[in-house]
Design a protein around this ligand. Structure first.
Ligand SMILES: C[S@@+](CC[C@H](N)C(=O)[O-])C[C@H]1O[C@@H](n2cnc3c(N)ncnc32)[C@H](O)[C@@H]1O
Length: 219
C-alpha cells in the first residue's frame, strides 16, 4: 500500500478515503484535526513532506490571495488591511504552493486550488497550467447527496493521472452552497470544504497509481 500525505487538511475527508482503501495515510495541518484521530500531524507541511512519501496531495492550500476571485484585493485592500499585507500574503501563498509543487523526492504530487490569477502564476517556480478542472457533482450519483455541488476545482498533477469522473449526475441540479456561504467566521471553512465523491476517486485512482510506482521502484 502507498504511504500518503494529505497536506493542509483538518477535515480528514481525503485522509479517510485513502485509509478506507488500506493506504498508510496521514493528514497534516498547522491546526489540529477537526475530529479525534491518531492519523493527523499538526505541523508545517513543508517540514512533514521531507519524510519518504509515495504520494502527497495538498488539499486547497491557503488560496485567498492566489485565486482569481480575490484578485481585486491586490489593488484595493479590504477594510482594516493594507495593500502591503495583501502582496505579502500573496508572496507567502505562492511560496507554499511552489515548495509543495517542486518537492523533489515525492514521485506523485497533486495540488488542489481554485483558478489562479496571473500575479500568483508568475510567482510559482516551474508553474504549469492545471492538468484538469473538476466539479464535485461529476463524482456524485445522488441529487440530494453532498457531492451535488458546483465548485470549479483545479488540479495540478505530477506523476499522477487525471481523475476519471465516477458519478451519474449531469450538473443541472447542482447546488451552489460554496459561493452562497454567508459572511461569518466559518465562511472560509465552508468555501474550502472538500467533497467525499472526489476524495473517494482520488483514493481509488491515485492510490493505485502511487502503489504501482512504489512496486516498480522496489522491483
Ligand atoms: C483553505 S484550508 C483547507 C481545508 C481543507 N480543504 C480541509 O478539508 O480541511 C487551508 C488550510 O491550510 C492550512 N495551512 C496553511 N499553511 C500551512 C502550512 N504551512 N502547513 C500545513 N498547513 C497549512 C491552514 O491551517 C488551513 O487549515
Amino acid at each position: 500500500m502507498a504511504k500518503v500525505l494529505i497536506g493542509c487538511e483538518t477535515s480528514g475527508i481525503v485522509r479517510e478515503a485513502f485509509l478506507a482503501l488500506g493506504h498508510d495515510a496521514w493528514s497534516c495541518d498547522l491546526l489540529p484535526s477537526d475530529t479525534p484521530t491518531n492519523r493527523h500531524i499538526q505541523g508545517d507541511v513543508r517540514e512533514v513532506m521531507l519524510e519518504d512519501w509515495d504520494l502527497m496531495a495538498v488539499m486547497h492550500p491557503p488560496c485567498t490571495r492566489l485565486c482569481n476571485s480575490g484578485v481585486r484585493w491586490l489593488s484595493k485592500a479590504p477594510p482594516g488591511r493594507t495593500l502591503d499585507d495583501m502582496w505579502r500574503e500573496l508572496d507567502e501563498g505562492a511560496a507554499l504552493f511552489s515548495s509543495c509543487w517542486n518537492v523533489p523526492h515525492i514521485p506523485c504530487v497533486a495540488i488542489e486550488n481554485p483558478v489562479m490569477h496571473r500575479h500568483a502564476k508568475a510567482r510559482i517556480e516551474n508553474y504549469q497550467p492545471p492538468a484538469q478542472t473538476v466539479q464535485p457533482w461529476q463524482f456524485g450519483s445522488d441529487p440530494d447527496g453532498p457531492d451535488n455541488e458546483k465548485k470549479r476545482t483545479c488540479l495540478w498533477l505530477r506523476g499522477l493521472p487525471q481523475l476519471n469522473h465516477t458519478g451519474q449526475l449531469d450538473g443541472s441540479t447542482a447546488r451552489d452552497s460554496v459561493h452562497k456561504a454567508s459572511p461569518g467566521a466559518d465562511r472560509w471553512k465552508i468555501r474550502s470544504k472538500f467533497f467525499p465523491g472526489i476524495a473517494a476517486a482520488m483514493a481509488d485512482q491515485w492510490g493505485a497509481a502511487a502503489q504501482a510506482r512504489h512496486a516498480a521502484a522496489a522491483a
